[in-house]
Design a binder for this molecule. Structure first.
Ligand code: NAI
Ligand code: MG
Length: 367
């Protein structure tokens, strides 16, 4: 039977960019014999409009069954007034939580044709291809105790707790080492073991997983503040970086912007291996629903298409086909095809969302 995909286009530009992904999926089915059983459902505001909740139970159940979920984006001004319990974002959070997607993969990859877009010097970013693995389900965003309390003297205290268990660290470390084996066999772990107990444990446990399970992968450790400096100074020294939820939030946003537009950035969130050996997985662009350009055919579909390329590589073991798709995108960019978000100050005529899709399909045909 074919591998299964659940597509959740969501809100705003989500459905517009996902339509282009659907064409790419169809291309791989027709031209490369890579067939998927695709089902589509609602998430976010689109689900709220129909079901009164941002993710229906039946959709959640389907997400647990499939080999991979592909999500567009959720949210929009229309839903800003809703109660927090039914906000579009809650649909996303429910998926991440119930699928227990603890490893968030954020590549920072620089297409040469866009190297001028970086705020850094061209030779610092040209050819850059690194991957940040952020722990996504624990750490200071979830640790107890937390809250704001009032002391006897009337002053208030805001409290969050950085909290990591052995197993929480080991499982995300394994995700990073597995990734490294498919890439350049090199992991750098970042924490602040100099000032944090959780940092000491993090370093020890990552080292333990290395020594006991992945001795063939090269492992180094770095304090996260130095890591931030090194990412901007000379990012090509890294391959896979693994770090906690808080540092990963900041470092992955920083690394992403080394390479240019939000419309180019894919992501993956992976959980534990399922019975068939594939990890629980959800793939989505980093960008949101972009209400300012929604419905105008201006959105760049590349972030979402690159998210599907990640699915090919990490869920379906189709690394060669993922590379075929990435090369097609590289070719299109090198040919100067640009959506509006990729236009430089020199200007030019942008293509539409589907125009970019057309160009990518043509490049695939020629591959
Ligand atoms: P955003 O990512 O939607 O947009 C930020 C800016 O980047 C906008 O000017 C937008 O036009 C542009 N942009 C984003 N993606 C683009 C693309 N593919 N092509 C061309 N331009 C693109 O972030 P913003 O404006 O902060 O949030 C808008 C809505 O999206 C909010 O409701 C927010 O909650 C939601 N959101 C959802 C996310 C998700 O579904 N994972 C993530 C971030 C925000
Ligand atoms: Mg962030």
């Amino acid at each position: 039977s074919n591998p299964t995909l659940l597509i959740l286009p969501g809100d705003g530009i989500g459905p517009e960019v996902m339509a282009e992904v659907q064409r790419v999926i169809d291309w791989f089915g027709a031209r490369r014999g890579l067939k998927f059983d695709v089902s589509e459902d609602l998430v976010g505001g689109a689900a709220y409009d129909v079901h009164g909740v941002p993710l229906a139970d039946a959709t959640m159940a389907r997400a647990q069954e499939v080999d991979a979920v592909l999500l567009g984006a959720v949210g929009g001004p229309k839903y800003d007034v809703l109660d927090f319990s039914v906000k579009p974002e809650r649909g996303l959070l429910r998926l991440r939580k119930e699928m227990d997607l603890y490893a968030n993969l954020r590549p920072a990859q620089c297409f040469d044709a866009l190297a001028d877009f970086s705020s850094l010097k061209k030779d610092v970013v040209a050819g850059l291809d690194i991957m940040i693995v952020r722990e996504l389900t624990s750490g200071v965003y979830f640790g107890q105790p937390r809250g704001i309390t009032t002391q006897a003297d009337g002053s208030r205290v805001g409290i969050n707790t950085q909290h990591y268990t052995t197993e929480e660290i080991r499982r995300v470390a394994r995700s990073a080492f597995e990734l490294a084996k498919r890439r350049n066999n090199k992991v750098c772990s970042m924490e602040k073991a100099n000032v944090m107990e959780s940092g000491i444990l993090w370093r020890e446990e990552v080292q333990w997983v290395h020594d006991n399970e992945y001795p063939e992968v090269e492992l180094s450790h770095m304090y996260a503040d130095n890591g931030a400096m090194q990412l901007v100074r000379w990012p090509k020294q890294f391959d896979v970086i693994v770090t906690d939820n808080l540092f990963g939030d900041i470092l992955s946003d920083c690394a992403a912007m080394l390479t240019g537009s939000l419309g180019m950035l894919p992501s993956a969130s992976l959980g534990a291996p399922m019975e068939n050996g594939r990890p629980k997985a959800m793939y989505e662009p980093v960008h949101g629903s972009a209400p300012d350009i929604a419905g105008q055919g201006k959105a760049n579909p590349i972030a979402c298409i690159l998210s599907f390329a990640m699915a090919l590589r990490y869920s379906f073991d189709q690394g060669d086909e993922a590379m075929r798709l990435e090369k097609a995108i590289e070719k299109v960019l090198a040919d100067g095809v640009r959506t509006a978000d990729l236009m430089g100050p020199e200007g030019g005529t942008p293509v539409s969302t589907s125009g970019m899709g057309d160009a990518i399909l043509a490049a695939l045909d020629a591959s």
